[in-house]
Design a protein around this ligand. Structure first.
Ligand code: PHE
Length: 342
């Protein structure tokens, strides 16, 4: 059969191919359509003098189909994106929606108070390091003189990841690092004086005085002649500065494997905020660093002595502002947060 070029409807084939592309979810498949193969077949069957011109037309069809495929692919890709109405009126002076104007946003009260705490200790000469939010068994227990399988480990209601990592249950996990880092300074005749602050986590039932996530601040001091008296002076000085008034303080014995002796430090609730004489508030745990903890960090306990303390930050802030429920801090409630807007 001899096909006469003028009788072959190239334009019609092109239109039908473009329609197929436009309606297809996989437009590239149209390149394999029988019409295309047919067009190439036709070239071969034409008389030699017509082939060049016809081939050119076929090539144009192919280019048009390819361009349409690309356009269709782009269209499919952006199908999920809502198109911007570029014809909508645009008023640069229009008001913002009444959500949260940036000038009303405030720093979280815990951040502000933590900055206060860190400031006071740095003015006293302590270096400040943020604590880790993921740690290991060694820093949580081993390096802190908790014997294997000791029941004191259970007292910390520790979360664990499947891999065995620990979101620290107290900032004491930083003690070993602070001691190791400060060893050279100590041996060069200096002292170790550092605080560590940050988030800690405990698997506890949440109520007005217990949270699974809270903040602690920890202090570590080591020198050749550190004493318990120095520690009590340091803590009293901190609390009096933080609350801006003189305070009565007391201690009572407590057990923590990483200090010996171990103490609980309490302040008398000031009358100015409704405290009655003899109303003691336990603020933190403290004591002289256990020789095993120093030894573990490579510090000779026969030459050096230290003290450490650690306690919750929320408790400090609650007392300062008369906040009755610990859960407010992590609640994200604007009514609560706005009370601290300055
Ligand atoms: N890490 C202890 C706790 O969270 C507190 C503490 C710190 C006690 C340092 C003694 C020394 O309960």
């Amino acid at each position: 059969m001899k096909i006469i070029m003028s009788t072959y409807d190239v334009e019609g084939v092109k239109q039908s191919l473009l329609e197929k592309v436009a309606g297809s979810d996989s437009p590239r498949d149209v390149l394999k359509a029988p019409e295309i193969r047919e067009l190439y077949g036709v070239i071969g069957s034409l008389p030699a003098e017509e082939r060049g011109a016809f081939g050119k037309q076929v090539n144009e069809v192919k280019l048009a189909v390819e361009a349409a495929i690309e356009a269709r692919e782009n269209e499919l890709e952006s199908a999920d994106v809502v198109a911007i109405d570029v014809t909508a009126p645009w008023d640069v002076n229009s008001a913002q929606p009444a959500l949260l104007p940036t000038e009303q946003g405030t720093q979280h009260p815990l951040t502000t108070e933590l900055e206060n705490v860190v400031d006071i200790f740095t003015r006293m000469g302590f270096e400040a390091v943020e604590s880790r939010q993921i740690d290991d068994d060694h820093h949580m227990f081993g390096a802190l003189n908790f014997p294997e399988d000791h029941p004191a480990r259970d007292g910390y209601d520790t979360f664990r990841t499947e891999e065995g990592f620990i979101p620290p249950a107290h900032t004491s996990t930083m003690q070993h690092r602070i001691l190791k880092d400060g060893k050279a300074k100590l041996e060069a005749g200096g002292q170790i004086a550092a605080i560590s602050y940050g988030r800690v986590f405990r698997n506890e039932d949440v109520d007005a005085t217990h949270e699974h996530t809270f903040y602690q601040c920890e202090g570590v001091f080591v020198s050749e002649d550190a004493t318990l008296g120095q520690m009590l002076g340091t803590l009293r000085s901190f609390f009096e500065t933080y609350y801006g008034q003189e305070l009565r303080v007391k201690t009572q014995p407590a057990y923590f494997p990483f200090v010996e002796p171990g103490l609980e430090f309490a302040i008398e609730k000031p009358a100015a905020i409704g405290g009655k004489p003899g109303e003691w508030l336990e603020m933190l745990g403290c004591g002289m660093i256990h020789p095993n903890v120093l030894k573990d960090a490579g510090i000779d306990p026969t030459k050096y002595r230290g003290f450490a303390w650690g306690g919750g930050v929320e408790r400090l802030v609650m007392l300062k502002y008369g906040i009755e429920d610990l859960r407010h801090f992590e609640s994200g409630k604007l009514a609560f947060l706005r009370k601290f807007a300055s």
